[in-house]
Write a protein that binds this ligand. Structure first.
Ligand code: F6P
Length: 342
């Protein structure tokens, strides 16, 4: 079998580990051949490929980013793009496709399979951890580790200067990164998109600390929090998603805190640093397990499905289940953090 592999959407640490596992396991166990499709769906549309033999994936396990590059190209943006993607599949001459991506990439994979019979296997990737059908996505652990280390560093400088430090983290419409890094970093308040911001409670929390003689605070805010005021209207990508990091929720929260409390306040927007660099050991292992399962799924003809983590078991679920609804933070998880505020 000749198997195409592509990575779409925002990159995340562990993508190369998946590619390596699909290629090594697929070729060694099943005799598959592989071709790398460059820049996600764009490479399928434009027929832009590279050969992928086991030797080509040697040494990539610990490398961040994606050796296949990525884009947010949507093969369903219009009929011409869809026709070109289907034609690309035939022209490249592959029998199966492994699509490694998040909600958008796997949503397109699901439609290509359901509406056009394309033999696709999905692998869930995103630092946001917002994909249904899997307990965790790889990349999330690394992003949380980077955000936690940053919060630790901000703690010491906040304390030295008696400052309030606002830390804006990524996550789109899911507060997983904010909640996990806020818990791990001992944040004094956490705001996530799933919970309407309670500014009086935030101010009280910070005020209480200062009254107790703790003259510094760390406030973690997820980029998708809606403060209800008019932020800059960010542009949208081909899937219609607003670019939230450009909307400046952290900066606006900093102004609110500074004006309401008079405390010296600084804002740090972590941004893409959360997506860069080497994956944690946990993400390398999860990515390797997902890639291995994807190779097996290709061999078993389990198309229209996605590798998934359930508890500590790697299994597979229908792609439709994974992309139907976003996996956001349930209320019980947030309640875990509130006793530590203030
Ligand atoms: O989905 C991953 C993610 O990093 C989000 O957390 C963030 O909102 C978005 O991608 C940023 O996208 P871009 O890299 O296109 O700026």
């Amino acid at each position: 079998m000749r198997v195409g592999i592509l990575t779409g959407g925002g990159d995340c640490p562990g993508l190369n580990a998946v590619i390596r596992a699909v290629v090594k396991v697929g070729s060694r166990r099943f005799g598959h051949e592989h071709v790398g499709i460059l820049r996600g769906w764009r490479g399928l549309i434009e027929g832009d490929t590279i050969p992928l033999a086991p030797i080509d994936v040697s040494g990539v396990l610990a490398r961040g980013g994606t050796m296949l590059k990525s884009s947010r190209t949507n093969p369903f943006r219009d009929e011409d793009a869809t026709a070109a993607a289907l034609e690309g599949f035939r022209r490249i001459g592959i029998d199966a496709l492994v699509a490694i991506g998040g909600e958008d990439t796997l949503g397109a994979a699901n439609r290509l399979h359901a509406e056009h019979g394309v033999p696709v296997v999905g692998v869930p990737k995103t630092i946001d951890n917002d994909l249904s059908g899997t307990d965790f996505t790889f990349g999330f652990d690394t992003a949380v580790q980077i955000a936690t280390e940053s919060i630790d560093r901000l703690h010491t400088t906040a304390e030295s200067h008696d400052r309030v430090m606002v830390v804006e983290v990524m996550g789109r419409h899911a507060g997983w990164i904010a909640l996990y890094s806020g818990l791990a970093g001992g944040a004094d308040y956490i705001l996530i998109p799933e919970k309407a911001p309670d500014i009086p409670a935030l101010l009280e929390s910070v005020g209480t600390r200062h009254q107790r003689g703790l003259d510094y605070s760390i406030v973690v805010v997820s980029e998708g929090v809606d403060l209800g005021d008019q932020g800059p209207s960010g542009d949208v990508d081909e899937f219609g998603h607003a670019r939230l990091a450009q909307q400046g929720v952290g900066d606006r929260l900093g102004v609110i805190l500074r004006e309401a409390t008079g405390y010296d306040t600084r804002v740090t927007v972590l941004g893409h640093v959360q997506r860069g660099g080497t994956p944690t050991a946990r993400d390398r292992v999860l990515a390797t397990r997902f890639g291995t399962r994807a190779a097996e799924m290709v061999q078993e003809g389990l198309f229209g499905r996605m590798a998934s983590l359930r508890g500590d078991l790697v299994a597979d679920v229908p792609l439709a289940q994974a992309v139907g609804t976003l996996k956001t933070v349930p209320p019980g998880y947030y309640d875990l953090a509130t006793p530590f505020f203030g």
